[in-house]
Design a binder for this molecule. Structure first.
Ligand code: 5AD
Length: 354
């Protein structure tokens, strides 16, 4: 697909033509990744964060938020629960928390890998190359780091950098690939100041980085953040809307351009449309769902954006409603780890060379 076509789809409003985009994405999804929907248990292990990102409720200046950090035994108990539920993967996610030290995380990874058959995905923000290498050596399989927007000016405006540190997530994704992680990136849809051209660039970046996983969700304003309070300097005339249709367009186009990628129907999409969000995501390109495993006492404190879907549901209820939704669509729950096909090819090419 060339850039003009990409831009045309992003601007498309005709319901019939959009119907043909959804159908194409669904057909490509079936052909390349099949009818299995992989479940990744999401465990939000710490809400501490040193960053000042203008959109996120976990930002350090948000002093009203009581913070938590799970201990190793709590994390391990939740990982065992994920394995008992039959998930193939546990995702350890947090704010950017230096309290999650190199050794702490490495030990947690080793214990999960020795006690369960789970793939371990990390989503712990921008960490040093040394830490990323140590965690890979400890057994971590995948790393998720959304680059949020490929527009460098917009990126810098919404991610104030910390003294002495440069933030370049695209470079970091390349490092993660060198370390032989499966890599996941993605963007928010409808960030104030994001244009249709930016979004076309973002989708081209998904392909250029050859992402194994692509996570996209709508920007949801959080009242305790500058962007949630309508910081006016972000106004542009070609503003992308932060709605469900726009999010689905990006998922569908990501599927067409990166046919083998694992693409989740995200919690943010389900938050915009509690009744249908997950189903829409799964029929417009998606093949992954990430049910929340975080213990109830902590879940409401992982306050990235308001009214997160499933916030009151305990893990078993969350799983039940997800499984029903998948079966209703005539799809199957994924078996095994659900690695991306291109990752498996890279691995086998590497073992041939060795
Ligand atoms: N709205 C939507 N998504 C958000 N994220 C953070 N804050 C928000 C928000 N206000 C997303 C970012 C981050 C992921 C973990 O959550 O894309 O990478």
């Amino acid at each position: 697909m060339n850039r003009d076509e990409l831009l045309q789809w992003l601007a498309e409003t005709n319901p019939e033509r959009l119907g043909s985009l959804w159908a194409q994405a669904d057909a490509v999804r079936r052909q390349y990744v099949g009818d299995e929907v992989h479940l990744r248990g999401l465990l939000e292990i710490s809400s501490h964060c040193v960053r000042h990102c203008l959109y996120c409720g976990l930002r350090a200046p948000n002093r009203d938020l009581p913070r938590y950090r799970m201990n190793k035994d709590e994390i391990l108990a939740c990982a065992r629960q994920a394995a008992d539920f039959g998930y193939g993967t546990v995702v350890l996610q947090s704010g950017e928390d230096p309290g999650l030290t190199n050794d702490f995380v490495a030990d947690v990874i080793r214990r999960i890998k020795s006690d369960t058959p789970l793939a371990v995905t990390l989503s712990l923000g921008e960490r040093s190359e040394q830490e990323l290498a140590a965690w890979r050596a400890a057994g971590a399989d995948r790393y998720l780091l959304r680059f949020e927007t490929s527009n460098a000016r917009l990126y810098a405006a919404i991610h104030p950098s910390l003294p002495g540190r440069r933030s370049d997530r695209i470079a970091l994704l390349r490092q993660l690939r060198e370390l032989e992680y499966e890599i996941g990136g993605g963007v928010m849809i409808g960030i104030p100041g994001q244009t249709f051209e930016d979004l076309a660039d973002d989708i081209e970046w998904f392909a250029r980085l050859d992402l194994d996983m692509i996570g996209v969700g709508p920007f949801i304003p959080h009242p305790a953040t500058p962007l949630g309070q309508g910081a006016g300097r972000f106004r542009v005339c070609n503003q992308v809307p932060n709605n469900e249709e726009m999010t689905c367009k990006v998922m569908a186009l990501a599927r067409l351009i990166c046919p083998e990628a694992n693409i989740p129907a995200t919690t943010a999409l389900a938050t915009l449309d509690r009744r249908n969000g997950m189903e829409l995501g799964l029929t417009r390109g998606g093949n992954v769902v990430m049910p929340n495993l975080t213990p109830a006492v902590y879940r409401s404190r992982y306050d990235i954006y308001p009214e997160k879907a499933n916030i009151q549901e305990a893990a078993p209820e969350c799983l039940g409603s997800v499984e029903h939704g998948i079966i209703r669509l005539g799809r199957r729950i994924g078996q095994g780890r659900g690695d991306s096909a291109s990752y498996l090819r890279r691995r086998s090419a590497a073992s041939w060379k060795a």
